[in-house]
Write a protein that binds this ligand. Structure first.
Ligand SMILES: [Zn+2]
Length: 296
């Protein structure tokens, strides 16, 4: 099997940091789903082919609801990306998930309300991807196996509640998310993870808890400025650790065939429309997403 090409989607903190660090060819890709958040940088990094994209764009110009998730995932797929390692800043819903820790989340509760959640939303084709395990188990294992040398606690598993935002939760909502079994609250994991599955790419997310969500009372001795400074310091420290974890994981993947998982064949049983009823125009529209399933 060919060596993997790793897509890296940098969230808050990491996106801007890596824009300054990764040097390579810049690709301005147009897709059937519009333009991605920004140019994609192709490079060899830690011995591995990567394609890097800052989720919120250069200068953090896209709010979570406005991120062009479909264009981002499509553009990475079109460049031959097989695996995506994403990062995302989150609020912690658990005492033990401390700011500056890293969390390799394994489940999602999707509370978003106004984002396209699938590529396949046009008449002419019905596609249903399995999503019981929203993150690739092999890629999560690779990240976890690289966590030993990282100077913070890396947690194995956690449920990410994805909210629409952009305002943060009320205290009642934060308590409710805890009662649901949520461990972290964020705004960007969905539909990104679902689209990666539809695009048959392995996808894992490193969550960066930057503070405790509002279920936990703030330290009354700190004013708002002090709390904000603390959060910014947490983002910076977590970003440094997350970059170190991703680099270590890339080194471990260099020259290795990717471990077996079913992500790369996610649509094998997912195309429910009778093939005879799928028009060439439909196959054309979805381009790299469907090409291998409709080869003559
Ligand atoms: Zn996989």
């Amino acid at each position: 099997m060919a060596e993997p090409i790793i897509g890296i989607i940098g969230g808050t903190g990491l996106g801007q940091t890596l824009l300054g660090e990764v040097r390579g060819d810049s690709h301005d890709a147009a897709t059937p789903f519009g333009k991605p958040s920004g140019p994609i940088i192709r490079a060899t990094w830690e011995g591995v082919e990567i394609a890097f994209l800052a989720r919120h764009g250069d200068g953090h110009v896209f709010c979570p609801s406005a991120v062009p998730y479909r264009a981002n995932i499509y553009a990475l797929k079109a460049l031959g990306v097989t695996h995506v390692i994403a990062s995302g800043a989150t609020g912690s819903l658990r005492e033990e998930l401390r700011p500056r820790d890293l969390v390799l989340v394994d489940q999602i509760i999707d509370k978003t309300t106004r984002r396209p959640t699938t590529f396949f939303d046009e008449p002419g084709l019905a596609v249903h991807a399995e999503f019981a395990e929203p993150f690739c188990p092999s890629l999560r294992r690779a990240l976890l196996a690289s966590a030993d040398g990282i100077e913070t606690t890396v947690h194995d598993g956690g449920t990410y509640v994805c909210m629409e935002g952009p305002a943060f939760s009320t205290i009642a909502e934060s308590r409710m998310h805890r009662s649901w079994g949520g461990d972290l609250i964020g705004m960007t994991c969905m539909p990104e993870a679902k689209l990666a599955r539809e695009a048959e790419m392995c996808y894992a997310l490193v969550a960066l808890p930057t503070d405790y969500d509002c279920w936990r009372p703030h330290d009354p001795s700190k004013d708002k400025q002090a709390l904000l400074a603390e959060i910014i310091g947490n983002v910076e420290a977590a970003t440094t650790n997350c970059v170190a974890l991703i680099k270590a994981t890339l080194r471990s993947m260099a020259g290795e065939s990717p471990a077996t998982c079913s992500c790369g064949d996610a649509l094998a049983l997912g195309i429910w429309t009778n093939r005879d009823h799928v028009s060439p125009a439909t196959v054309e529209r979805y381009g790299v997403l469907l090409a291998r399933h409709f080869q003559q």
